[in-house]
Design a binder for this molecule. Structure first.
Ligand code: ADP
Length: 317
């Protein structure tokens, strides 16, 4: 029916080479790495071979170009990525602490991402799309929401489908515009892809059974729960269930695992693969991505994921 489309932020990530606290002294850095949850998602989607594109805005700078070139090289449609002459591409500096938590310095609030608008190219891409994937991170930006509302109407009108990754901070889900946007997305999505804790924060429930019942009662046909190093599970409104044990990998950088999982899931699903195969590819895409430094450096083609699955043992279930 047409490409998978997402809307949202594109940025670069620059990472400390050593673990420790913050950036209060000069340290060795590595990067820039292409990043932004929607960009990671669409890159993985395109690498699988599903037709995929993103509506976004970058600055007229190398941080923008490194992203656009990567996405183009990996097969994504970059025609609806606008270039702002005024604002730079956003960046995030990240350092891991010994306990795995992270310190950040963000330069995103006043970056080109917030200048995204419904350009002629964006309307053309959305007008051809068969699936809309909504990233929770994008819901807090008003300009992005305007485009998402338009995309929902157009893509639904074409008989296309919608998925949502509730990847967002708990504090934003309460009262206010972001909470309302989020509730609306849950009401209209065919497929919801929460990670473990998000299942509960998104539904205000405390058990998996209640959370699933809540999402199905709102109209979702399919819920896929991402469980980090515990793998993932698929549930359908019709009562089907499939589980996968995680691959046994060394986690070098967890950033982007959920986005790669989602990208592979949607791409394989739209290629018509059966649920268990879709889940296997998504599980492999998330696991492969955590083995590489950089948010989308471990995204894999179908052949790379086949090789990864053949070569990597699974953790005991
Ligand atoms: P998010 O990044 O959205 O929090 P998760 O951390 O649950 O999502 O990761 C998404 C998926 O990636 C998991 O369901 C799993 O399939 C895979 N994955 C993530 N971390 C690991 C890991 N340490 N080992 C193996 N697989 C992983």
């Amino acid at each position: 029916l047409g490409p998978t489309v997402t809307v949202g932020e594109i940025l670069v990530e620059i990472m400390a080479r050593t673990r420790g606290e913050g950036f209060l002294e000069p340290i060795d850095l590595t990067g820039p790495y292409p990043s932004g949850a929607p960009a990671i998602f669409i890159d993985q989607c395109a690498r699988i071979g599903g037709s995929a594109g993103i509506v976004a805005c970058v600055g007229n700078d190398d941080f923008g170009r490194i992203n656009v070139e990567r996405l183009r090289r990996d097969g994504a449609d970059v025609s609806a990525i606008a270039v702002s002459p005024d604002y730079p591409t956003g960046s995030a500096f990240v350092r891991y602490r010994g306990d795995g938590s992270r310190d950040f310095v963000y330069n995103i609030a006043k970056s080109a991402s917030g200048l995204v608008s419904l350009t002629r190219e964006a309307k053309t891409l959305i007008g051809r799309a068969g699936h809309l994937h909504v990233m929770g991170t994008a819901l807090s930006i008003a300009e992005i929401w305007t485009i998402l509302e338009y995309a929902v109407e157009v893509i639904r009108g074409r008989g296309g489908s919608i998925s949502v990754d509730p990847n967002m901070r708990k504090e934003l889900l309460g009262e206010g515009a972001v909470g309302e946007r989020f509730a609306r997305m849950l009401d209209i999505s065919d497929l919801v892809l929460p990670s473990g804790e998000e299942l509960f924060t998104a539904t205000g429930t405390t058990t998996e059974q209640d959370a699933l019942a809540s999402l199905f009662s709102r109209g979702a046909g399919e819920v896929v729960v991402k469980r980090g190093a515990q793998g993932a599970s698929f549930f359908s409104a019709a009562g089907e269930r499939a589980d996968v044990a995680a691959f046994a990998v060394e986690e070098v950088d967890p950033t982007g695992a959920g986005d790669c999982f989602g990208g592979a899931y949607i791409a394989c699903r739209r290629l018509g693969m059966p649920p268990q195969t879709v889940l296997d590819y998504a599980n492999a895409a998330g696991a492969r991505n955590v083995t590489r430094l950089g948010p989308m450096e471990g995204a894999g083609t179908r052949a790379e994921l086949d090789r990864f699955m053949a070569d990597t043992p699974r953790r005991p279930a």
